[in-house]
Design a protein around this ligand. Structure first.
Ligand code: UDP
Length: 244
């Protein structure tokens, strides 16, 4: 325990960053401005709190398996391309952190030793204990899954206290219906896992929610780009929507 730092609401955090977050305002590829902000927020949180961060990243800013499948590709082959897209984001994120002097390790679910460690659960935990940020790349390593699934799976494996799903694009939590389509949609502060599933509130894959439920992993959906949101959450403020 670090006596000089504040104790956060959750000590070990699994943060899920979607490909959208990497694309930022560009809408595709990697937006340096977005990565600057995301890494700065995480660093600020690390400075203030006695907190450990593991991060799973998505790849939708480059490729989604479904896109290829819709065009006639073999789904599994297309999904592997999606997992490689995730690796690109993971390496970019690592670079932005390391340029600021933050120690990180990328662990890939598909072996590629020249650029990343392979995923080893106990080693990931050890890195976290040593204060390094662990970035999980290549999803679960299996096709037909998503990075939401990966986030819930890895969070439980490393015994994270919470899964923070950072959204991008103005949606700051879970709504009664899609706020981009329905102006009457209202934000919900707190939900149970079953409510998310039964009301079909598609803010996270159902399998990821089910996995979180079975393992008592609280999930918070929040606006990643909202100023002070990450710090506020660690401070115990009610930000976004909590599912527990
Ligand atoms: N993917 C996969 N298995 C996994 C994780 C991801 O096959 O365990 C593939 C899948 O094709 C997916 C793509 O990687 O579409 C990118 O991930 P995702 O769509 O979840 O990224 P995000 O929506 O978070 O940007």
């Amino acid at each position: 325990m670090n006596a000089e730092k504040k104790q956060p609401r959750w000590k070990r955090v699994l943060l899920k960053l979607s490909g959208e977050a990497f694309a930022g305002d560009l809408g595709h590829g990697i937006d340096a401005k977005a990565l600057e902000q995301i890494t700065a927020d995480i660093m600020q949180a690390q400075e203030m709190f006695d907190v450990e961060f593991a991060i799973t990243v998505g790849g939708g800013n480059f490729w989604r398996g479904m896109t290829g499948a819709a065009g006639g590709m073999d789904r599994a082959q297309s999904d592997y391309m999606g997992m490689l897209a995730i690796v690109m984001n993971a390496l970019a994120l690592q670079d932005f952190f390391e340029q600021k002097g933050v120690y990180t390790r990328v662990q890939s679910a598909i072996r590629m030793p020249q650029i990343a460690e392979e995923y080893i659960r106990r080693r990931a935990i050890r890195h976290l204990e040593k204060g390094r940020i662990v970035i999980f790349a290549a999803g679960t390593g299996d096709p037909y899954f998503t990075s939401d699934n990966t986030a819930a799976l890895r969070a439980v494996e490393i015994q994270a206290d919470v899964l923070l799903k950072g959204t991008h694009g103005g949606v700051d939590g879970i709504y009664t219906s899609d706020p981009n389509k329905n102006p009457d949609a209202t934000k919900i502060d707190k939900l149970t896992y079953l409510e998310v599933i039964n009301k079909d509130l598609r803010v996270m894959d159902t399998t990821a929610i089910t996995h979180s439920k079975e393992n008592d992993l609280p999930v918070v959906v929040f606006d990643l780009m909202g100023e002070g949101n990450l710090i506020g959450l660690l401070n115990g403020e009610s930000i976004g929507t909590i599912v527990e």
